[in-house]
Design a protein around this ligand. Structure first.
Ligand SMILES: Nc1nc2c(c(=O)[nH]1)N[C@H]1C(S)=C(S)[C@@H](COP(=O)(O)OP(=O)(O)OC[C@H]3O[C@@H](n4cnc5c(=O)[nH]c(N)nc54)[C@H](O)[C@@H]3O)O[C@H]1N2
Ligand SMILES: Nc1nc2c(c(=O)[nH]1)N[C@H]1C(S)=C(S)[C@@H](COP(=O)(O)OP(=O)(O)OC[C@H]3O[C@@H](n4cnc5c(=O)[nH]c(N)nc54)[C@H](O)[C@@H]3O)O[C@H]1N2
Ligand code: SF4
Ligand SMILES: [Mo]
Length: 694
């Protein structure tokens, strides 16, 4: 202990990352973690996952060597091989599939963004000449981002750094999810410092809903109707910003006419929210200046009409005069580092994109990745072409994609599957080649690169990787060279970091000393150059949507959800203790989380003869899964909320870790309906029924 030393780094790969950590290093080993009180954004905050950082690094079940499948697929028989053999095997398989079946037969897939490897994998795809990199964009972030871009030219992010008079949290629970690694702490500070009016739109009474002035307990998936109802109240009561609307928007009259049917009475019936509360909330938001509308992941994926929901909510920010104003929703400026488009080689990807699965299905081509569920569908249908080889980086689609059963079949159908992960998972176990990755603290990384909050952060290496684990960025870099693409890659991965930082005239070492690089913050930018849309204004009536053959105005999906056979609506939220499906191996988090639960209103429980802790089977038109009953008034009697992401590492390979047992995505459908613009499948608001298991 005499030589033990405290060093600083940044938490990551437990979510999008962001909190500052102080770590005690003794003899090359990290032995203690504490939150960093001096950290710019987290200022001493840390969550249970961050506290489990060392448990993750030193977990005995971590993958430590590349594994090549020896037995039948999924049998769990492996041979340890060297990295040289692994790279040779991987590159020969990818090349073979490309040569024999064409470039479209090879695809990549990756999970929620964790670090620099997210964009580096796209660079590998573009340089190798393959069209399809599946990501989670379709169910995460891009619906909000793309529809906002169509409307006003950028994603308006909450500006918590300036005082705000109202915060409306819509389908977002930042106290549990701390989205982008900062939003939870920012919301907390804003509530304490500014005491804004707080509105929460959520089917569940979260901690934030309990703090709210108005909690709108919405029927899952009816957010499009509520958003249009807000527009109705605000336009019919004249609560909009007249000058902004006149000078800086197009199509206001058409919008006002189109929302006439969404009266508070009609909206109340469809959303289950009392009429009075709808009007009060619309007024509170519109009459408080400035106001933040903070949209979360629920609106990305609780309906295949998400394109309308997301457009309507951007319009709401605009007509109330809250766009690009201090304390409202702003366009964050990207920091002065290498442009992500350039980094991934997006500009040279044009021809390849025309052959992509997005092109086949007509979903947005301006997104560098394709909708994940459409890749699964393509593998199953072999249309528009067969997919033979797949590299999955940091994703667990058997658990995290809609329609798990289909995903399982699709992965089993491949000629070659390669997965990189920290642990063996229900997805990795199906692979031909499993690559062990290094995690946070074990390598130098640049965080938040290509994300929307206007900064990048340093995540310096402070310990050596366990076993023979490699950082993903090293795996990609070496793979690129093996594939004969050396001119796009670097001798050493540290050179890549320097290249990203070069425009800021910083080396990685200098960057670490700063810890953070921010873009310049400016408000009212549109007064100089207009909004970055075809008309230079906020397009309430969207010329882009019209040109693409879609409805230029947002409209509700009035189809009924549920029926007598499936009378309840199932929804979900991320767990405070896990990152999606990951880390069920970590004992401290398992203990805190209490296992796979389902929240049921006591009245609904009674009707179904269910008591606290009972084992409950949930069935939907797609399948079934089992959870432990949690009886709570916090959930509406017509709704149940099941934990998402559960599998059981302790059940072992033979049982494939019990991937079907308590897997919410056994109940969702990834195959039959999609949002036509975005390719999104519906993950929440699923009709279901419940039954006690005896
Ligand atoms: N029903 C339902 N389904 C959902 C959602 C929902 O709310 N409800 N949410 C959706 C959303 S928002 C998202 S973003 C997706 C997430 O979908 P995924 O990204 O597929 O989900 P994860 O469980 O995070 O899978 C990540 C895997 O990466 C591994 N991993 C962790 N760190 C690293 C690393 O540094 N490198 C590598 N190679 N591997 C690593 C983890 O061990 C884990 O197995 O799921 C979606 N699915
Ligand atoms: N601890 C933890 N943190 C995470 C993650 C994680 O897995 N665990 N994942 C990261 C990722 S990739 C993402 S995308 C973000 C997501 O972070 P958030 O945007 O906070 O998303 P969720 O937790 O999916 O859901 C937010 C809220 O939506 C509510 N909700 C459910 N259905 C509906 C509905 O139909 N309508 C409305 N209005 N609300 C609904 C839920 O009750 C929940 O309170 O979190 C990131 N941070
Ligand atoms: S909120 Fe996210 S970044 Fe912060 S400690 Fe928890 S896992 Fe780490
Ligand atoms: Mo996500």
């Amino acid at each position: 202990m005499v030589n033990a030393k405290w060093v600083k780094t940044c938490c990551s790969r437990f979510d999008h990352g962001g909190c500052g950590l102080k770590v005690l290093i003794d003899n090359g080993k990290a032995i203690r973690v504490l939150p960093d009180k001096d950290h710019d954004r987290s200022r001493g905050y840390i969550c249970a996952k961050g506290m489990a950082s060392l448990e993750r690094i030193y977990h005995p079940d971590r993958l430590k060597r590349p594994l090549r499948r020896r037995g039948k697929r999924g049998e769990g028989k492996w041979e340890e091989i060297s990295w040289d053999e692994a790279l040779e095997y991987a590159s020969s398989q990818l090349k073979h599939s490309k040569e024999r079946y064409g470039a479209e037969a090879v695809a990549f897939m990756q999970g929620a963004p964790k670090g620099l490897e997210h964009l580096l994998l796209m660079r590998l795809a573009n340089s190798f000449g393959i069209s399809n990199v599946a990501a989670r964009n379709d169910v995460c972030h891009w619906p909000r981002e793309l529809m906002a871009r169509v409307t006003c030219g950028f994603l308006p992010v909450p500006d918590y750094e300036m005082p705000s008079r109202c915060v409306m949290l819509w389908g977002s629970n930042p106290f549990d999810t701390n989205e982008e690694g900062i939003l939870g702490t920012q919301v907390e500070r804003c509530l304490e410092d500014n005491k804004p009016g707080l509105i929460v739109v959520d089917p569940c009474e979260t901690e934030l809903a309990r703090k709210a002035d108005l909690w709108l307990q919405i029927k899952p998936g009816s957010d499009d109707i509520l958003a249009l109802g807000f527009l109705h109240v605000i336009s019919s009561e004249g609560l909009f910003d007249e000058i902004f609307v006149k000078e800086w928007t197009t199509g206001f009259d058409a919008l006002r006419d189109s929302v006439l049917p969404y009266t508070p009475g009609m909206v109340s019936k469809e959303t289950w929210i009392p009429e009075k509360k709808i009007v009060q909330a619309a007024r509170l938001y519109a009459e408080s200046h400035p106001a933040i509308l903070h949209c979360g992941n629920a609106i990305d994926n609780n309906s295949i009409n998400n394109s309308s929901t997301c457009r309507a909510l951007t319009i709401l920010m605009a007509i109330t005069g809250n766009l690009d104003v201090p304390g409202g929703n702003i366009q964050a400026t990207f920091p002065p580092v290498l442009s992500p488009r350039k980094f991934i080689g997006m500009d040279s990807a044009g021809e390849k994109k025309k052959k992509s699965i997005s092109a086949h299905y007509g979903t947005s081509l301006c997104v560098p990745a394709i909708p994940g569920s459409l890749l699964i569908k393509t593998i199953l249908d072999e249309r528009p072409y067969p997919i033979k080889a797949l590299f999955i980086q940091g994703s667990n689609p058997v658990m995290s994609y809609a329609g798990s059963q289909d995903v399982f079949h699709a992965l089993n159908k491949l000629d070659f599957l390669m997965v990189s992960d920290l642990f063996m998972t229900p997805t990795a176990v199906l692979a031909d080649l499993v690559l062990p990755v290094a995690t946070n603290m074990e390598f130098n990384d640049i965080g938040q690169y290509g994300m929307v909050h206007g900064y990048v952060e340093a995540r310096p290496k402070i310990v050596e990787p366990q076993g023979e684990c490699w950082p993903d960025i090293k795996i990609i870099n070496e793979m690129g060279k093996r594939l004969g693409l050396g001119r796009y890659f670097w001798e050493d991965i540290e050179d890549c970091l320097d290249e990203v930082l070069a425009p800021a005239r910083l080396t990685y070492e200098q960057f670490c000393r700063e810890g953070l690089l921010k873009g310049e913050k400016r408000y009212f930018k549109y007064r100089e150059k207009g909004f970055p849309t075809p008309s230079g204004k906020v397009e309430l009536y969207s010329s882009i949507m019209e040109k693409e053959g879609y409805d230029p105005l947002p409209a509700a999906d009035m189809r009924k959800r549920g029926n007598d056979e499936f009378p309840l609506l199932l929804t979900s939220a991320k767990s405070k203790y896990f990152f999606h499906t990951a880390y069920r191996d970590l004992e401290s988090l398992r203990k805190k989380s209490g296992g796979p639960g389902i929240k049921i209103n006591p009245r609904t429980a009674e009707e179904n003869d269910i008591n606290m802790g009972d084992n409950v089977e949930v069935a939907s038109p797609c399948g079934n899964a089992r959870f432990n009953a949690i009886l709570t008034e916090s959930i509406h009697p017509g709704v149940v909320m099941a934990d998402y992401g559960w599998w059981f590492p302790e059940m072992g390979v033979k049982e494939l870790f019990g991937w079907r047992e308590s897997n919410i995505n056994m109940l969702t459908d990834g195959n039959s309906s999609f949002n036509p613009v975005l390719g999104t499948v519906q993950l929440r608001g699923i009709p279901c029924r419940i039954k006690k298991l005896r």
